[in-house]
Ligand binder design. Structure first.
Ligand code: AMP
Ligand code: MG
Length: 491
């Protein structure tokens, strides 16, 4: 089996990581292999699905050219700083340049203890691994930058969690990069400006090559990450995604969604919604996410400060100016997202107010976010669909009033009604990973070793913009007794 590894991070200074091999597991068994992603990485999916493949994907054997390392990073978690976090249960095997020319990390998650494990066992339970596989692949299909999932293997060993012993698993995670805001904070906390500078140059060349070497690398990096995060969070809001644990160690430099611990999707639209059981104050609630992203980017700016300018005041001024640009970047990206959802192809001043008015009405009428916008696509073609859309509002008049404004705005659009409806269906998914379906899928896999719900849900979610009438029940919101009230990291 050939892996064309080219491991640039393992060639960076020693203090960027710890060299550590995965810990062997008892009985690796393949649960899932992502054939399309394997192909993108020029990997042989058939070989990976064989017993030897399962040995590789569990970390029991190392593919030729792998240079296994655990990355050092720090991070602000729920506002408090930890000087030392790092890959406590993940090991980077190496990097592969895909058939699309993009370099990606191949990482095993749940592959055993590392020097960064602190009290942890270095392992992952099957449930959270399946959640990450399913949700990250759903996000990718929705067109949202994210880490990907290449494979899941079970280990044949139990892991001990609060709920008791659970089946262990290893996820093969693929990312354009695993650098985080916390990676920069790690070296800033140690006053290691040489490492910071090397890291900034590396990150810029890898993730923002178009601006590398054009001037101030650290400033260009800050600008690139600010823009990428503004766009990312706008895309999250467009599909009702609540990340749940937006700590700086989970804020990626590449602008990918990373760490699917307690994430969840909105059913009914509620800007204050939080799911994570550990997020007691609702710090990471749905509508707080743009503000939190800006807070996290401020931590990145602080870490980069010594590189921005020799004069501290000037460095602060440069950073502040970029950070102050975040809200406008976010608003512009969110405006694009909402206009696409509403079937608007050009921009007008009142579009933001039109979208905000709608969101308020969705919130006060307890309307399902995803179902509403999918149903609205038909209303984009004809008023005949209005009655059905309005039926999901506690007060149907709340929709009709808004729809009058919307139609007045649509009258200034060029698209033919049918073309508009089709464009709206490409912006408003029919299927998202509904929390109750995700929980049901995990329950079947963990309690009954039944992976059929996982396979079915995944097959539907990788085509989120297609009506799949035979799977209509996977699109519907939970019944009262099916509602998931809280999610758990389950680490
Ligand atoms: P997270 O909350 O998943 O972002 O993880 C925060 C930190 O805890 C990271 O440094 C992880 O590597 C570490 N961690 C989480 N779970 C485990 C585990 N089971 N064993 C060792 N380290 C862990
Ligand atoms: Mg994390």
């Amino acid at each position: 089996m050939t892996f064309s590894f080219d491991n640039t991070y393992a060639r960076q200074p020693d203090r960027f990581y710890a060299r550590v091999a995965p810990t062997k597991v008892k009985e690796p068994r393949l649960v899932k292999i992502n054939r399309a992603l394997a192909e993108l990485l020029s990997l042989d999916a058939r070989a990976l699905a064989s017993p030897e493949g399962a040995q590789l994907l569990s970390g029991n054997t190392l593919p030729p050219g792998a240079d296994p390392i655990a990355l050092a990073y720090a991070g602000h978690q729920f506002g408090g700083f930890s000087r030392q976090l790092g890959d406590g249960r993940a090991i980077l095997l190496g990097e592969i340049v895909g058939t699309d020319g993009k370099r990606r990390d191949i990482q095993l998650k749940g592959s055993g203890r590392t020097p960064f494990s602190r009290g942890g066992d270095g392992r992952a339970a099957l449930g959270p691994v399946l959640r990450e596989y399913l949700v990250s692949e759903a996000m990718a299909a929705l067109g949202i930058p994210t880490t990907r999932a290449l494979a899941v293997v079970t280990t044949g060993e139990p892991v001990l969690r609060d709920e008791g012993p659970l089946p262990g698993a290893v996820l093969t995670r693929v990312a354009e990069g695993h650098l985080r805001v916390g990676t920069f904070e790690y070296f800033a906390a140690r006053d290691d400006s040489e490492a910071l500078s090397t890291l900034a140059t590396y990150a810029l060349a890898r993730h923002y090559p178009e601006v590398a070497g054009t001037g101030n690398d650290a400033l260009a990096l800050l600008e690139g990450v600010i823009a990428a995060q503004a766009r990312l969070v706008a895309l999250w809001l467009g599909v009702g995604f609540v990340h749940g644990v937006m700590n700086t160690d989970n804020t990626s430099i590449s602008g990918e969604t990373i760490d699917y611990g307690p994430c969840a999707f909105l059913d009914e639209y509620d800007p204050k919604k939080k799911f994570s059981s550990i997020d007691r104050g609702g710090r990471y609630a749905f509508a707080n996410q743009p503000g939190i992203a800006q807070w996290n980017l401020t931590r990145l700016a602080e870490a980069l400060l010594p590189l921005l300018h020799d004069d501290e005041e000037e460095a602060t001024r440069l950073a502040t100016k970029r950070l102050e640009g975040f809200p406008a970047l976010f608003e512009a990206a969110h405006g694009r997202v909402m206009r696409a959802k509403l079937g608007l192809t050009h921009e007008e001043d009142d579009d933001k107010a039109l979208a905000e008015d709608l969101l308020e009405r969705l919130a006060s009428n307890g309307v399902d976010y995803t179902l509403f916008f999918r149903a609205l696509c038909a209303a984009g073609a004809s008023t005949d669909a209005d009655a059905q859309v309005a039926a999901s509002f506690a007060n149907a008049g709340a929709f009709h009033e808004w729809a009058e404004r919307w139609r007045a705005r649509l009258a200034r659009e060029e698209l033919e009604p049918q073309a508009r409806a089709a464009a709206m269906r490409r912006a408003n998914p029919a299927f998202i990973p509904r929390n109750h379906r995700v929980e049901e899928m995990i329950h079947a896999a963990v309690q009954k070793s039944d992976f059929a719900p996982f396979d079915r849900l995944l097959a539907v979610l990788v085509r989120p913009y297609d009506d799949q009438p035979e799977h209509a029940e996977l699109a519907r919101p939970p019944l009262p007794e099916e509602r998931v009230r809280a999610t758990f990291c389950g680490t």
